[in-house]
Ligand binder design. Structure first.
Ligand code: GMT
Length: 376
């Protein structure tokens, strides 16, 4: 099949999912066209099945805001015609589903019918999309999509609660490519570069937005390191990073916390990690938690949104109510205090991650594309 994938090219989870999906589809022989404003961060190599088309928004001084949706929908029209694309898959409703619908209409005018699949990822529904300024457009674009998917049952429930949706929403969870990862004890992890032998390594990876509750991470770690020797690796960049750095200095733990910034070496960081922290206010799924688990890293998370669908309490880690930092710290210590217990949780985390193997999830998308193409 010839599939266009529209996504955000940044370090956010939706872009990562879209990119990994496209790459795996290409490996299975499909022709994939990524259409976005810069090359997706996880899209290292292009090949005959993987194309990238940049959406360029010309700067015009009259405009206070440059019209990205317009440029994107025009690019979609051009690329569908040029490459005979059969299906559009847009990730993240805003503004991609909206631009996709416009492209569909323009193409229809030229006698080309193309189906559109929209995947909802979370903040497009829970934080941004439900804002009254966006809600009518988001509702409209979801209802006008040929097929709609959401990355968890919890996100589906939220969407139905927040919007007047007439379409079916199919839950297709995020996935992980286990083959490429990770939990391979033979690969040397250079642990000694990061910590002493007696120290536990705790990691958080995100875009450091408010929703990630970054101060909770510092508080949890502060409590942990008072009990046992430990280091905290903070990976990613975003608006809450500076605050976290200040907090670490205030708590006197700055020597035990390493801030990495954005990284493409997530697997290498996770392979030396003992425990992952994700105390978010909300997560539609929590791809970062799944990536950790796929590397055999147990997770301490909040129980909000789709996290209970990924992190199984008492098995792959523990879940607590949002903001319960004391309980999260105690649960973390329960896991990492003893080697034997940690080893058990690591094994379990990997086993839970196995059920999200891309090999199980990809055929679901393929079936959906076939159904969409056959609809017209
Ligand atoms: O929150 C992020 O890290 C970015 C955000 C995005 O839109 O890219 O992630 C959302 O989509 C991911 C992929 O489906 C999910 O795994 C994340 O849980 C979700 N983030 C939130 O719901 C806050």
């Amino acid at each position: 099949m010839k599939i266009a994938i529209v996504c955000y090219p940044t370090f956010g989870g939706s872009g990562v999912v879209a990119t990994e999906l496209g790459l795996e589809l290409a490996r299975r022989g499909h022709e994939i066209h990524f259409i976005t404003y810069s090359q997706p961060v996880r899209l290292a190599l292009l090949n005959p099945n993987v194309h990238y088309h940049e959406v360029i928004v010309p700067e015009y001084p009259l405009f206070h805001f440059q019209p990205y949706e317009l440029a994107l929908s025009s690019k979609l029209v051009d690329m569908v015609k040029l490459h005979k694309i059969e299906v559009l898959h847009v990730h993240y409703a805003i503004p991609h589903a909206y631009a996709g619908y416009m492209a569909k209409q323009m193409l229809k005018d030229e006698g080309i019918d193309i189906p559109m699949v929209t995947t909802l990822h979370g903040t497009d529904i829970t934080l941004v999309g439900s804002h009254p300024f966006y809600k009518p457009a988001v509702t409209f674009s979801i209802n006008k999509s040929d097929y709609v998917t959401s990355v968890s049952q919890s996100l589906k429930d939220d969407t139905l609660k927040l919007f007047n949706i007439k379409n079916e929403i199919q839950v297709i969870p995020n996935f992980i490519e286990l083959d490429k990862s990770q939990y391979d004890p033979k690969i040397p992890c250079q642990r000694s570069v990061m910590a002493n032998d007696n120290e536990r390594i705790i990691t958080h990876i995100s875009n450091f937005r408010k929703v990630k509750r970054i101060p909770d991470i510092v508080k949890i770690f502060y409590k942990i390191q008072k009990e046992i020797p430990a280091k905290l690796m903070m990976v990613g960049d975003g608006p809450e990073k500076e605050k976290a750095e200040k907090m670490c200095r205030k708590y006197g733990i700055q020597d035990k916390v390493i801030f990495f910034g954005n990284s493409n070496e997530i697997d290498r960081i996770l392979c030396l990690t003992d425990l992952f922290l994700l105390p978010s206010e909300t997560e539609s799924f929590g791809l970062a938690a799944l990536e950790a688990m796929a590397c055999g890293v147990p997770v301490i998370s909040s129980n909000s949104g789709g996290l209970p669908e990924v992190n199984i309490d008492g098995v792959s880690g523990y879940l607590s109510d949002v903001g319960e930092v004391e309980e999260m710290a105690q649960n973390a210590l329960k896991i990492i205090r003893e080697d034997k217990v940690l080893a058990e949780f690591k094994k379990n985390a990997f086993h839970v991650a196995e059920s999200f193997d891309i090999k199980n999830i990809l055929p679901i998308y393929e079936d959906l594309y076939r159904k969409a193409i056959n609809k017209y």
